[in-house]
Write a protein that binds this ligand. Structure first.
Ligand code: ZN
Ligand code: ZN
Length: 241
């Protein structure tokens, strides 16, 4: 009771608290210095195509990673992520995803804005979030990728469309699968409901975490099928093996 009262008074005096550890901040912001230091931001050098960090020792004359300098054609134009998905960032994103901490969205969208610079420079017309199946949307009440897309849209002045791409088939959460099963789980799960909004557009696909990329790939394939000019991938975090 007394503790709650103290917290309330402190909140009145200092309304800003670190979103991750709860520490009171002395000025307006989202995270305390310690938690900012803990975030493993992806900084240059990284692959110009897929955005994977390059090892510093051989990066001086390399533009692309080994995979991207090969002949395999990628299903996207550019891919970028703000952070490497590790222990320090996991908490923030998991909280955003599962604990209704939608106030984290502003911070995550700001991270997307920084990470997506190359994509914005290359030019983009439309932001599209990875959609949830409507049954899942009802259960969770919001689509975190749609909230991120909406915030990012306002920050970078690029329109957002949360309805053109749909997940028409119900899929199990990807965390339940690994490798090939993930590909099968989301295969042909997405389709474009309004192709006229997609045709000839350079699209930025938004998701919170990219693990194997199977979900993003299925979305990109559906968009390209519907006539999208290009698809870029932008995620807050990325798993790197
Ligand atoms: Zn903190
Ligand atoms: Zn690459």
């Amino acid at each position: 009771m007394f503790g709650a009262l103290i917290t309330k008074i402190v909140d009145l005096l200092y309304p800003y608290r670190c979103l991750k550890c709860g520490k009171v901040l002395d000025s307006a912001g989202y995270l305390c210095d310690h938690c900012v230091d803990e975030i493993n931001f992806i900084a240059p050098p990284y692959c110009a195509k897929c955005g994977t960090p390059l090892h510093v020792d051989n990066a001086s004359n390399l533009k692309y990673c080994a995979t991207c300098s090969g002949k395999t054609k990628k299903f996207y134009r550019l891919a970028r992520s703000a952070v490497v998905y590790d222990n320090s960032d996991k908490n923030l994103i998991i909280a955003f995803k599962f604990f209704d901490k939608t106030e984290n969205a502003n911070l995550l969208a700001a991270m997307l804005k920084v990470a997506g610079k190359d994509i914005f420079d290359a030019g983009a017309d439309l932001i599209i979030p990875v959609p949830l199946h409507k049954s899942r949307l009802l259960k969770r009440r919001y689509n975190q990728s749609a909230i991120l897309s909406d915030k990012l849209s306002k920050m970078v002045n690029i329109p957002v469309d949360c309805f053109a791409l749909v997940r028409h088939r119900k899929t199990r959460p990807q965390v339940e699968f690994s490798g090939k099963e993930r590909i099968t789980n989301v295969k042909n799960a997405f389709s474009v409901k309004y192709p006229d909004r997609i045709i000839n557009r350079r699209i930025i696909l938004i998701d919170d975490v990219m693990t194997t990329g199977s979900t993003l790939k299925e979305c990109a394939v559906a968009l390209r099928h519907a006539g999208a000019k290009s698809v870029d991938l932008l995620t807050v975090a990325r798993v790197i093996d």
